[in-house]
Design a protein around this ligand. Structure first.
Ligand code: SF4
Length: 102
């Protein structure tokens, strides 16, 4: 079972609602060349009620990471898709993501 969807303190956390919290962690981290595995992970994200929060968190944590350093599916996007999204963000959005990650 994945622990990525389980918070460790008593305060409500968006991760408690993660659709992937009951999935094996490997499901959400398919090899980048595994298109079928990526589609399966993305289908889980499509039904997730905290998809937006998850994507913002992943983008904030990854920051300006290179494409090759972005692993897994978060917020319905694989690493390539998150990299392309990051490249299209305005500087003000990048600054906001930086504050989210702090
Ligand atoms: S959007 Fe996807 S990766 Fe993020 S918490 Fe939901 S199911 Fe998990």
């Amino acid at each position: 079972m994945s622990t990525r969807g389980i918070s460790t303190d008593k305060t409500p956390d968006w991760r408690d609602q993660a659709a992937c919290r009951v999935e094996d962690a490997d499901v959400m981290f398919p090899d980048p060349s595994d298109k079928r595995g990526t589609r399966i992970a993305q289908a889980i994200c499509l039904a997730c009620p905290v998809r937006q929060q998850c994507l913002e968190h992943a983008m904030a944590v990854e920051g300006g990471c290179r494409r090759e350093s972005r692993y897994g599916v978060f917020g319905g996007l694989d690493g390539d898709q998150r990299y392309r999204l990051y490249c299209r963000l305005r500087p003000s959005h990048v600054a906001r993501l930086t504050r989210v990650a702090a």
